[in-house]
Write a protein that binds this ligand. Sequence first.
Ligand SMILES: Cc1cc2nc3c(=O)[nH]c(=O)nc-3n(C[C@H](O)[C@H](O)[C@H](O)COP(=O)(O)OP(=O)(O)OC[C@H]3O[C@@H](n4cnc5c(N)ncnc54)[C@H](O)[C@@H]3O)c2cc1C
Length: 494
Amino acid sequence: MNIVWFKRDLRLSDHAPLKAAIEDGESFLMLYIWEPSVMADPHYSPRHWNFVQQSLDDLNSQLSAGNALLSITVLEGDAEAVFTAIHKKYQLKKVFSYEETGLKITYDRDKILTKYFKENNIEWREFQTNGIVRKLKNRENWSELWKTHMHQKIDEPDWTKLRNPCLVFDEENEIYKQFLPKKYYLNNDKEPKPIFQPGGETYAHRYLQSFLNDRAKNYSKTISKPLEARKSCSRLSPYIAWGNLSIRQVYQYTQNAKKRVSYRRDLENFSSRLHWHCHFIQKFEMEDRMEFENINRGYDNLQKDEKQHFIEQWQAGKTGYPLVDACMRCVCETGYLNFRMRAMVVSFLTHQLFQHWKEGAVFLAQQFLDFEPGIHYPQFQMQAGVTGMNTVRMYNPVKQSQDHDPHGIFIKTWVKELENCPENFIHEPWKMTPMEQDLYNFRLGENYPFPIIDLEQTTKFAKDKLWGIRKNIEVKAESKRILSKHVVHRKKKK
Ligand SMILES: Cc1cc2nc3c(=O)[nH]c(=O)nc-3n(C[C@H](O)[C@H](O)[C@H](O)COP(=O)(O)OP(=O)(O)OC[C@H]3O[C@@H](n4cnc5c(N)ncnc54)[C@H](O)[C@@H]3O)c2cc1C
C-alpha cells in the first residue's frame, strides 16, 4: 500500500501528493500524525493544535460528503514508530508528502525517516511547497522559478481516476489501537473565551473570497493600523501557514480578481506579500540555524544583559506604553497582530528594552496562530537589527500610537485600565498630573504602570550600540556573505 502523509498542507485541492497517489493506482491511506515531540516543542501552543484539529475535521467532512468511505486516518505517536508499524503489517511501497521547511524538530524527524525509508526500500516522493527550492546555493534564478511555479496549473486531485478503494483505519484496527489519537480542541470553558480564527479549508476559502471581493479595497490605506487592518488585511496567514490554502491558489485567485475590481493596486500590494512569504521561507530553508543563532555572526559580539522582569512585563502587556501593551494583550487573546505592530513590539523588546530576540521569538511563536518558522525567524532577526544588511527600524511606540490609533480605540479595547483615559493622554498617560488622574478616577502606578523605561534614553543607547557594531569587521564580512547567498545581484550591463 501507499500513504499520503498530511503535514502542514491540510487541504484537498492544489495537493500534488494526493493527486500523484490517486494517479499511481495503488491503494493508499491518507494519514495525519499527532507527534508528541513536535507538539511539545516550545514554539507551539494549544491554539495551534486546535486549528489543526478543526482543519482535520473539515477535511473529513469534505471527504465524506463526496464519498462516505473516504476519510483521513489520524494516529498519535512518534512518526518513525507509526511508519514502522504500518510497514510491518501492510508492506509500504510509497509515501507521498510535501517538503517541509520547519523547525529543527521536524527537520530531524525527516532525516530519521529518510534513512528509515531508504533502508526499507520505501519510496518517499516529496513535492515542492509553495515554490521553495531545496539545496539552492544562491538566489540568482529563484524569482523566475517562483513565478513559473505560481503560474502552473493547480494540482487538482481527480477522484474519478481512483482505481482501488482508499484505506481507512477504523477503531478496530490494531495499528489504530496502538497509536490511539486524542482530539485537540481548546478548552473553551476558560474565561475570557479566546477569539481565534477557525481552522479549515472551507473557512480559508471564505476568508479569501471576502477579502478579494470586498475587504481588500482598504488594504493599502489601513495595513499599518492595528484596528482597521484586522478587517482590511486578508487574514489568510494561518490558512497559508497550516496549508489550508497554497500560495499558488491565493496568487491565481488574486490575479483573476484583479481583472474585475477597481482596487487593483491594493491587490498588487497584497500579491507582492505572497512573494515575500516565500522569499523569507527560502531564506530559512537555506540557513535554518537562524532558529538558534544570529544570521550575522558578527552580532554575537553585541552583549545584552538579560532582564527577566523586562521580558515578563513585555509578555504581560505591562510596560506602561499603551500601544505596546494593547498589542501584546491582543495577540495573546486573538493570535493575530498586523505586520507593523509585530515589528513594533519586537523593536521595543530588542531595542528599547535591549533584550535578546530569542525568548521573545519563542513567546510570540506560541501566540501567533499563523506561526511559520520560515517567516518568523528571518523577520524577527531583521526587526531586531542583527542581519547587518537591512535598515534598522526603531519604532517609537508613542508616535506609532498617535499615527495609527489616534483616538486610542485599539488601546482602550485591550487595556481596560485606560478605558476612561481622555484622548489627549491616551498615548502618554504618564503626562497626567495627580489632579487630572483624580478627575478620571485613575492612579498611575496602581491602575496602570509607569513606563518601565525612558524611551528617549533607551532609544539613543540602542542606536549607539547598533550603529557602532555595524562598523565591526566581522559584521561587515558576514553582511557580504549574507548578501551573496540571499540576495539577487543585478547583472551589470556591458
Ligand atoms: C516579528 C515578525 C514575525 C512574523 N511572524 C510571522 C509568522 O510566524 N507567520 C506569518 O505568516 N507571518 C509572520 N509575519 C509577517 C506578517 O506580519 C504576517 O504575515 C501578516 O501580518 C499576516 O496577516 P495577513 O494574512 O492579514 O497579511 P496580508 O497583508 O493580507 O498578507 C497576505 C499574506 O502574505 C504573507 N505576508 C504578509 N506580510 C508578510 C511579511 N512581512 N513577510 C512575509 N510574508 C508576509 C503572509 O502569508 C500573509 O498571510 C511576521 C512579521 C514580523 C514583523
